[in-house]
Write a protein that binds this ligand. Structure first.
Ligand code: R5P
Length: 256
């Protein structure tokens, strides 16, 4: 478990840049990921971990690629379905082992009518993963009508940790320190919808300052006008304590 966790969160500084490209499991050919292999390949040297589905891993990533994998194992509903994020287990622990992953990820939707299903799915995954020393990243998904505030995100994050998750992915929010302080396991932030690079870098910086161990960022990298420049800039914030201004300079000075 510790060995795999150390592949995800780098022991040198206790931080991580996770590149999230798992969106296809409920969003299909997400803008920027239509040809997943082409966009991801130049980004891999700057990512500590790649988060994706088993189908993306099999079809788009060369098996000789040297990068730890966090496998998305929850799903079951689509972006056009009636119950967004009512997810169950969509990949077995045996397949995760066969794919040689360093961790698995499962989304819970606290506060939804079906929250119980997603929470029991998470705990089943944790029980199965614990048998093999595989860490579980709980993704605190947020429904369309739910507030992304510290009260809600600390509830969901703490619940995930109490239920046995080894890491939590949540959204950045005002008073983010409260989310960090009340969660006993490492937290990474999701990037969320694409925003101007300057704002996304500021958000990553503020999250790290508040105590997050890193980012699990997708759209703000692969939908950027310069994805390599953006991941290099994010990496500088996470691993080199760069300021948002310094990171933006890295973004602007990186050739497309
Ligand atoms: C959504 O549930 C997916 O797990 C994404 O990986 C996650 O939201 C992070 O990607 P983004 O930075 O695009 O929000």
């Amino acid at each position: 478990m510790k060995n795999r966790l150390s592949r995800i969160i780098k022991p040198k500084d206790g931080r991580t840049v996770m590149l999230a490209v798992d969106h296809g499991y409920f969003m299909g050919p997400t803008t920027g990921l239509e040809k997943l292999d082409e966009i991801v390949k130049p980004l891999i040297p700057y990512a500590d971990t790649l988060m994706l589905t088993r189908g993306a891993l099999r079809n788009y990533i060369d098996p000789t690629t040297d990068i730890p994998i966090v496998l998305r194992v929850s799903g079951g509903t689509s972006i056009i379905g009636k119950e967004l994020l009512h997810e169950g287990i969509v990949a077995s622990i045996e397949d995760a082992i066969r794919l040689n992953v360093s961790g698995i990820a499962f989304s819970i939707l606290v506060g939804a009518d079906f929250e119980r299903d997603t929470i029991l799915g998470l705990t089943q995954c944790i029980d199965e993963a614990e048998r093999y020393g595989i860490p579980v990243l709980a993704v605190t998904a947020v429904g369309k009508d739910m507030a992304k505030d510290a009260r809600y995100l600390s509830l969901a994050s703490r619940m995930a940790a109490e239920l046995g998750a080894h890491m939590v992915k949540t959204y950045f929010c005002k008073d983010f320190e409260k989310v960090i302080e009340t969660c006993p396991v490492p937290i990474v932030i999701a990037g969320g919808k694409k925003q101007p690079e300057k704002d996304a870098l500021q958000m990553a910086y503020d999250a790290l300052q508040a105590g997050a161990v890193g980012v699990d960022m997708g759209r703000n990298i692969f939908q950027s006008s310069n994805p390599v420049g953006m991941i290099k800039a994010v990496r500088a914030i996470v691993h080199e304590s760069a300021t948002p201004k310094e990171a933006l300079e890295i973004f602007n000075s990186t050739k497309q």
